[in-house]
Design a binder for this molecule. Sequence first.
Ligand code: CMC
Length: 388
Amino acid sequence: TGMFTYDPGYTSTASCTSQITFIDGTKGELRYRGIPIEELATEHCYLETCYLLLKGMLPSKESLQDFDLELRHRAFLHEGLTKLFNAFPDNAHPMATLSAAVTALASFYDDHLNVSNEEEYQEMARRLIAKIPTIAAFAYRHSLGIPFIQPDIDLSFTKNFLTMMRAYPGGKMHLGPKGHEEIKEVEVRALDTIFTLHADHEQNASTTVVRGVASTGAHPYVAISSGISALWGRAHGGANESVIAQLEMIGSVENVKKYIAKAKDPNDPFRLMGFGHRVYKNFDPRAKILKTLQDELKEELHLDSRLMEIAGEIEEIALSDEYFISRNLYPNIDFYTGIILTALKIPKTMFTPIFVIGRTVGWITQWIEFKKDPTSKIARPRQLYTGE
Ligand code: CMC
């Protein structure tokens, strides 16, 4: 007793060794399996990134085709699981439904996995990656009280998700002034990039939860649903929803100064959502990629110029303010996703579920790494007792 290091928030504790993701927070560097995020975001698609994380290398053309085809076939949900959605109130937040549905999914698949047979783990992973977008889209459609759209085997991973979100029953798109408003390739590419940027981020809060649940020997899908619950909070993945809510609340460029003053006030709990990061103390490379993407898509996707102006003003003032400079507070990934997702006609309650879709591969890859690591132990920290 009395021999433990007190480290609230584990700011200086390495809880595992890992070969998946590398971050240099001072230089603003992020790599998956050694490959810089900039390269993955611009030269590869999300499914290639998933394969890279799971298998440790980028797929050949044939392997990618097989992987893609398998995910398309696995995107369907068991009818029994489909019934679960109706048990939730209409106004249920899709994150609550998503977490519950993934826990429920554990009851459909046996978890007696054989540690020496890596393929059993990989199959468990592919099934979950394939089904999560369907679960997320069903959760959303239930929240609107509209019929589910089944996955379409002819569509790519990302286009399929957008279709399940936006199509009318029967699979037809919204009827605009020029006929059916088909999903544009540029929209698919934008969302695909967002998924890639979210795919993994080493030992963040939700991944730490996933590994913690893994350490007790619970079902892998339960570990992931715990990760989903952890991600929901505003300090973590819930920030993307809060950023847009905050931009809407600020309402005009003139109001920005007032809210920056609130964020700086030590007696005011108000924080600028989408600012600051535990690891990045220079800039978040994912935010940089998204800012470029946002500028590229501005015209093509008719991004909301009012929200962009307010966001631009926040950035400009904060980045030259002593409070933010001295604390190394920069815009993070969540600061930029919302404006792009809004242009893709995705409502803000679905922003965190989109983070979930992208991050599932990271969680499950970390789960596999934990299981295969002979040094893994149950997560059981100690405390410094200060009571009676
Ligand atoms: N607005 C105003 N002040 C801030 C902010 C902010 N967004 N973030 C940190 N600070 C201040 C904080 O008050 C503290 O000041 P002081 O030293 O005077 O007490 C100092 O900066 C350090 O903050 P901290 O809370 O000790 O830092 P942390 O590493 O524990 O927390 C964080 C990191 C991301 C939780 C925090 O910056 C935050 O709450 N940001 C807003 C929420 C957000 O955007 N989250 C998304 C993170 S990125 C991806 C993801 O995980 O989703």
